[in-house]
Design a protein around this ligand. Structure first.
Ligand SMILES: Nc1ncnc2c1ncn2[C@@H]1O[C@H](COP(=O)(O)OP(=O)(O)OP(=O)(O)O)[C@@H](O)[C@H]1O
Ligand SMILES: [Mg+2]
Length: 409
């Protein structure tokens, strides 16, 4: 296996860091060859707050994945999340340069540049400019304008920005772990590559990742991303509620949540009970599962209601024909689909990564949607020069070109 064909997705989560290594095989399939997951202690609500602990976590996760795959990783495609992420739609207009030959790739570049030429605050940086639709002269809703005849080209784009400090801390953590960055990708956008299909994105769908520290979502309609947003609440808040509500240590609350938790108290049999350890040596008690569910339900309801309000605000609420797709660890909670259906009044399903081969068992989990999505993103953008690639990578790139040239003859 050549190093050139390896793509590693690094998901820096609030509760876990996971590294997934894939090899692109001869059939152009994404073959999962290594997975490493370790608890995360250096992030809060999706953002690096402790560099050393994050570096340690990255080393651990990548090391485990390398061991499993029997390869050495040099660079990663990393996700970025947190409630510092902001997005807005923008538009650019240009005059097409050489009208006889139709619209060229250069024109597309130019119109995108134009669309992103908006003033953003000094402390923020654009991480994505994602084209939605083009208008050629008066013809709207065009997806592929290259080659078309026209004199005026207009582009509508979705611009995603992040706090510069949040980006810098991700870059620092990865560099200190002796890795290079191939791409930095908005996490809910990355996940969409792993769990959504083209038809869902065409019809209208909301991808909702309920993680540990954050809940983020992105809306797709007519094949393009239309809206993204982040709520700073997630599974960690549920665990804290349980620890307080049942007066039990947090570690036990986490275990109880995963084992007995349910998002809808009406789904739980009233006679089911479980053992709850006390704090500071206090006796354990029998508690009904329904009480546990009645602690969980209002918190998830709160999160979903915040999301629903934001979806309404986006104006896409009546365009989500394909409904909601849930990912992230909290999506594994029993009854969460039913609760989501009740709140959003839309069809809901849990999204599991698809379109991959190899160690699929290890990653067929809504938790790994981001990690796998990062790989797919990296694969789709493999020919682009990494925006965040190190300067020292020039030699690398030269070698890669020579190797590719040899391969092609
Ligand atoms: N079976 C389960 N039932 C309920 N919750 C679960 C289950 N398994 C995991 N979780 C919860 O999922 C959360 C972790 O999810 P995930 O790994 O997607 O988050 P993360 O990526 O670490 O965080 P974030 O994306 O918010 O930065 C934890 O709060 C964990 O308790
Ligand atoms: Mg996550």
């Amino acid at each position: 296996m050549s190093k050139e064909d390896l793509i590693t997705g690094l998901d820096l989560g609030t509760t876990k860091i996971s590294a997934i290594i894939a090899e692109v095989n001869e059939k152009s399939e994404i073959n999962i060859v290594g997975v490493g997951t370790t608890p995360s202690y250096g992030l809060r609500r999706g953002v690096v707050v402790n560099l050393d602990k994050t570096v340690q976590g990255i080393r651990q996760a990548v090391g485990e994945a390398e061991l499993m795959a029997g390869v050495k990783v040099n660079n990663v495609v990393v996700g970025i999340a947190g409630d510092h992420i902001k997005s807005f739609n923008s538009r650019g207009v240009i005059a097409v340069s050489r009208t006889e030959e139709g619209i060229s790739n250069e024109d597309i570049k130019r119109v995108i540049e134009q669309a992103k030429a908006v003033t953003i605050p000094m402390d923020r940086k654009i991480i994505h400019v994602l084209p939605q639709d083009y208008t050629v002269d008066d013809q709207t809703g065009i997806k592929e304008p290259v080659g078309m005849a026209g004199v005026r080209l207009e582009a509508e784009v979705h611009v995603v920005t992040a706090a510069i400090t949040a980006i810098q801390n991700i870059v620092k953590s990865i560099e200190r772990a002796n890795l290079a960055i191939r791409n930095i990708v908005l996490q809910p956008y990355a996940s969409s590559f792993a769990v959504l299909d083209e038809e869902e994105k065409e019809l209208g769908v909301c991808l909702l990742d309920v993680g540990g520290g954050t809940t983020d979502f992105s809306i797709f309609f007519e094949g393009s991303i239309r809206h993204t947003s982040v709520v700073g609440l997630g599974g960690v808040n549920i665990t804290n509620d349980i620890a307080i509500g049942l007066r039990t240590p947090r570690a036990q609350a986490e275990e109880i949540k995963k084992r007995y938790g349910a998002a809808l108290s009406s789904l739980v049999d009233t006679n089911e009970t479980m053992e709850v350890p006390g704090v500071g040596g206090r006796k354990k008690r029998e508690v009904s599962r329904q009480i546990l569910a009645s602690i969980i339900e209002p918190r998830i309801e709160e999160v979903f209601s915040l999301v629903e309000r934001e979806i309404k605000r986006s104006g896409f609420d009546d365009r989500l024909t394909a409904g909601i797709v849930l990912t992230g660890g909290t999506a594994k909670m029993e009854g969460i689909e039913q609760l989501a259906e009740r709140i959003f009044d839309l069809p809901v399903k849990v999204g599991v990564p698809k379109g991959i081969v190899g160690l699929t068992d290890a990653v067929s989990d809504p938790v790994h949607a981001a990690g796998i999505g990062l790989i797919v993103y990296g694969y789709k953008h493999r020919d682009e020069e990494g925006f965040f690639e190190r300067k020292a990578g020039l030699l690398d790139r030269f070698i890669r070109r020579v190797v590719n040239w040899f391969k092609s003859i």
